[in-house]
Design a protein around this ligand. Structure first.
Ligand code: UDP
Length: 252
């Protein structure tokens, strides 16, 4: 591809100017980080898997009328997206207690929550992405009350969609994080799901065994991260079952 202008480099992705005005290209790197980048590694193939998985989830959302920034996948590591202004919040939806919520509230990991819980963290690495309330968001003008209503609505629709898609392949959607962007259309603005949706930003547990199929494999040293993500991609039909194996298959 022709030389492009880099807009931003994050922990897992690089954003480039897109080929047309109002577009950007997201490049998925193999870098994995956890605990605010205190733990780092390069996991070969992770970027390719996340590009494919994020394409799968974002396309599904677009198809059911949940707007996203995703336009199309360009190649193994890149996708074309609408450029948008990212609201500086991490929007987390939880169905089952885990991770920071379990620690903060002393609720055992794996406890089913009585209803999905939506939380917000301020996107600020220097502060370690602190949890904030709607009061902070309104008082500091990070988003308006109308934005917040739209964000909760989007987040819960994403939760219903992802929970169903994962449940169908024997995986429990424990929690996930999304980011929301503003897209301007003439005098109007609307909110879209932006960034990525992948096992880097979700907790996914095998329903039968409880096995972790998400970034906790890396955070907690539970085995091969690419094996876990490949398993998710194969179950969803995003990768053929035989990908990466040369073993003959027995046919009865
Ligand atoms: N998450 C994320 N990026 C972050 C923080 C959290 O994608 O910077 C995701 C994480 O993968 C999990 C959910 O949001 O699916 C809830 O994470 P939690 O607050 O439990 O934080 P953690 O235990 O990962 O520190």
């Amino acid at each position: 591809m022709a030389r492009r202008k880099k807009i931003y480099e994050g922990k897992a992705k690089i954003l480039y100017e897109g080929p047309e005005p109002g577009t950007i290209v997201q490049y998925f790197k193999d870098d994995a980080t956890a605990f605010n980048a205190q733990k780092k590694d390069v996991i070969e193939g992770k970027g390719v898997l996340n590009n494919r998985l994020s394409e799968f989830f974002m396309t599904g959302l677009n198809n059911i009328g949940v707007p996203t920034h995703f336009l199309r996948r360009l190649n193994m590591r890149e996708q074309l997206c609408r450029s948008c202004e990212i609201i500086p919040l991490e929007v987390i939806v939880r169905n089952v207690a885990a991770g920071s919520m379990s620690k903060r509230l002393g609720i055992e990991e794996g406890t089913q929550l009585p209803r999905p819980i939506v939380e917000y963290c301020l996107k600020n690495d220097d502060l370690g992405d602190p949890l904030v309330t709607e009061e902070h968001i309104a008082a500091f003008g990070w988003a308006s009350q109308q934005d917040m209503d739209d964000i909760v609505h989007l987040a819960l629709r994403v939760n219903d969609f992802l929970s169903g898609v994962m449940m169908a392949v024997g995986i429990k959607l424990v929690d996930f994080k999304i980011e929301i962007g503003r897209v301007y259309e003439g005098d109007f603005q609307r909110l879209v799901v932006a960034d990525e949706i992948s096992p880097d930003s979700c907790r996914l547990w095998d329903i039968e065994s409880g096995k972790h199929l998400d970034k906790d494999v890396f955070r907690r040293d539970l085995g091969s991260l690419t094996d876990a993500y490949t398993e998710v991609a194969q179950r969803l039909g995003v990768l053929p079952r035989s990908a990466g194996t040369t073993k003959p298959t027995l046919i009865n």
